[in-house]
Design a protein around this ligand. Structure first.
Ligand code: GLN
Length: 253
């Protein structure tokens, strides 16, 4: 087989990072790096695209990722996001897997009323709304989900999100606040969408969520998810990483 033929037969997943310029704080970009690396381990090529305000929305997106942002960043993207709303809603209903963190999670809902009273409209893709307050919810979070087990991350937000009956919570909070200071929920789940307040970034700490998104993207595109057996090089790389992790764990007080 020529190199061209094997490249043509290699399965690929196109990841779109939404608004990396304004919506990408506390290392949320790390989510894309994890998806890219795990896809490589599974024998799929990751094609990573970025979409910023005013860009042309690309065709053929298999997986969509968006990060958190300051209130001011959310104001900058709001009009552009409204223009994308029909496209994003259609993709969601077509089961495209999506990961929406914090600021973008809020704008996937109906609206975010900030602590200054500004109402930033959302796209109503998720049945939820967000109200800003003077209190900021900051710190490490431990939550538990039936689907993914323990979910760890870091939160920092003034918006408090309340879920409607059209979405399920992603997880129940054991430590920290999550969606708001009142109920015990963190994040939201709908179709193949995972929405969460957690940075860290989320996927390096919670690879089960990365694998859910990858599997959903592969099944939607190819009808099945068939990870390739790991190559000798990947196994060597993994052994090195595990050794580093062991050494690091040994150094902890
Ligand atoms: N600006 C939003 C808030 O403070 C989102 C913050 C974030 O993405 N971390 O609620």
């Amino acid at each position: 087989m020529t190199e061209d033929q094997s490249a043509a037969e290699e399965k690929s997943i196109t990841i779109l990072q939404l608004y990396p310029r304004e919506m990408n704080i506390y290392g949320d970009w790390g989510n894309v790096l994890v998806l890219k690396q795990r896809l490589k381990w599974y024998g799929y090529r990751a094609n990573v695209l970025e979409y910023n305000v005013g860009d042309e929305f690309p065709a053929g997106v298999d997986l969509l990722v968006g990060g958190g942002g300051q209130d001011s960043g959310q104001v900058v993207i709001q009009d552009d996001l409204q223009a994308l709303a029909p496209t994003l809603r259609a993709m969601a209903e077509d089961d495209v897997p999506m990961l929406a963190i914090c600021g973008l999670y809020q704008l996937f809902g109906r609206f975010f009323k900030t602590h200054t009273g500004t109402v930033i409209p959302g796209i109503g893709l998720l049945d939820l709304e967000t109200h800003g307050g003077t209190e900021r919810l900051i710190g490490n979070v431990l939550s538990v989900s039936e689907e993914f087990g323990e979910i760890h991350g870091y939160e920092n937000h003034s918006g408090q999100t309340f879920l409607g009956p059209g979405v399920k919570p992603l997880a129940e909070v054991r430590k920290g606040e999550g969606n708001n200071a009142k109920d015990n929920f963190e994040g939201a789940r709908y179709r193949n969408i995972v929405a969460s307040y957690l940075h860290g970034s989320l996927l390096p700490k919670n690879p089960a969520i990365a694998d859910f998104l990858i599997k959903a993207a592969a099944i939607r595109k190819y009808g099945s998810f068939e990870p390739a057996p790991p190559s000798a090089k990947d196994l060597e790389e993994l052994a090195k990483l595990s050794e580093l992790a062991r050494q690091h764990a040994g150094q902890r007080p």
